[in-house]
Design a protein around this ligand. Structure first.
Ligand code: 3PG
Length: 209
């Protein structure tokens, strides 16, 4: 099993994906992987989240599929059993800490303030999702906490684009970024998988510097 840090290092960008129609899941995953984006966060925001994780885990072997928008303890084992190899949550609660430990699913928990970073660190998490990154203060916030809280690293997510990603990736405490820009709904609805691959190629060319 990969650690959270290994998963973050496997891709400069983690697409945050909501599956509106189950039949989109596998072609979408294939299109992203074809563009060099292998780490996929499939959120539980739609009813198709878990079935999509299962289908991708079974039929897209090059994908590293994780579960996103984890908000309840029961979702950890269900996601792991569906084939998720990592999890992402928008925040962190005592129940989620416990569920992450019990399930063994590597978790990237969301934080937004220095106190939340410290609480997550006390619970044993060193890799965190800054969420929502831009409203939280973006690059200024990341640089501001890099000094006092130097032993944690981030996947900022929320409000980041292909154009702004490089300034986040230039922060010393950022390993990768997350975002939904890789999966525009119009392209998915139109089945324009070449378009998704093209966007993924641009994203996978971004570098952690
Ligand atoms: C997330 O769930 O992490 C965010 O909704 C992704 O944010 P974005 O849509 O602004 O990229």
């Amino acid at each position: 099993m990969k650690t959270t840090l290994e998963i973050m290092r496997a891709s400069p960008v983690i697409p945050v994906i909501a599956i509106d129609k189950f039949e989109h899941a596998v072609p979408l995953a294939r299109a992203l992987v074809a563009g060099g984006i292998r780490v996929l966060e499939i959120t539980l925001r739609t009813e198709h989240g878990l079935p999509a994780i299962r289908a991708i885990a079974e039929s897209v072997p090059d994908a590293i599929v994780g579960v996103g928008t984890l908000t309840s303890p029961e979702e950890f084992t269900a996601s792991r059993d569906a084939g998720a190899v990592f999890g992402v949550s928008p925040g962190l609660t005592p129940a989620l800490i416990e569920a992450a430990k019990r399930s063994g699913l590597p978790l990237l928990p969301g934080v937004m303030t220095p106190s939340e970073v410290m609480a997550a660190r006390e619970a044993g998490f060193r890799q965190l999702k800054l969420f929502p990154a831009v409203p939280a203060g973006g690059v200024g916030m990341l640089n501001g906490i890099a000094g006092p809280l130097a032993d944690v690293s981030f996947c900022p997510t929320g409000g980041i684009t292909q154009e702004t990603a490089p300034q986040f990736l230039a922060c010393k405490n950022v390993v990768c970024v997350g975002g939904s820009w890789l999966t525009p709904k119009a392209a998915i609805e139109a089945g324009d998988w070449d378009k998704i691959t093209e966007i993924a190629k641009a994203a996978s060319a971004l570098k952690k510097v």
